[in-house]
Design a protein around this ligand. Sequence first.
Ligand code: FAQ
Length: 314
Amino acid sequence: MDTREKLDAFQKRIDNDEKIEPKDWMPDRYRKQLIRMMSQHAHSEIVGMLPEGNWITRAPSLERKLVLLAKVQDEAGHGLYLYSSTETLGARRQELVEDYIYGTAKYSSIFNYPTLTYADICVIGWLVDGAAIVNQTMLAKSSYGPYARANIRICREESFHKKQGYEMLAKMAAGTPEQRRMAQDAVNRWWWPTLMMFGPPDDESPNSAELIRWKVKTKTNDELRQSYVDQMVMEAEAIGIKLPDPELKYNNNTGHWDFGEIPWDEFWNVIKGNGPMNRERIKARRKAYEEGAWVREAAMEYARKKQLREEKAS
Ligand code: FAQ
């Protein structure tokens, strides 16, 4: 088959909702787009451990500490599934990692904000994991098999994270005036950045059309953002939390909640590396990477020796 025929056959498989697997033929651009998106997702899970890890030693009780430790550990696991699935495309993990800690590869904008009080931990569970679930439930149906399967597992764990965040926030919102103030203040700071997690508006999203044609994404950034807002309005109301948007209003014609203008300048600034915590996050990741060099070397040596032993034995 010539390239045109291969491309047509590939698109036909996608249109028939077949999964593409690592050894199947795929256009270079499909591979490249997946490596970009999946590795960004993996980096986000790993960088995402930092804002929450910051509160492990200060959790308000042993139970809360155990829950937070388990959550942060889950995020590390998600990073690992995602790096492994990106490797099925021929990418090398070390290069991917070095691309964001020393280069220009991106990770989610949301992890460049500080966690100022324990209420931020509740809000990350509710709002950030909540947004991640809306996005990743869609990605669990992605056309690339290993990515879809990684997201199925991730979503199951994120659902638990969201429930525990919501439960903690509900308790705070029903607590003392000081606890209620902390809960509301955290929601005020995190609401707009969580709306930005879904990416720029559709008419400013250069990758969406191609990703949707290949069913890597099956919904647009704005469609996902809208379903998130619709869901969160009700959840906020149920626990007496006010979302910080005076323009939130139910629209009888569309059946959705209209919302105010997202501060997009802030988003572009954060993804260019100028958010409140970008430099600190990269510094922390560089330190961990450099101090962990001996572990990687030891693991590689162990794998090399094991392979030699197996070759000798066979
Ligand atoms: N942050 O053309 P589009 C989590 C970039 S995991 C930074 O619309 P696309 C778990 C985009 O890369 C959260 N950059 O791009 C957790 C592109 O730049 P490039 C992470 C962003 O790919 C919870 C440019 O803007 N999830 O939270 C962002 O069609 C709690 C133009 O954008 C994923 O990564 C952003 N928010 O759509 C962990 C899911 N948005 O690469 C710990 C997988 C856009 O061309 C605690 N990714 N950009 O230089 C996706 O679904 C998509 O890639 C989007 C962006 C929706 C993020």
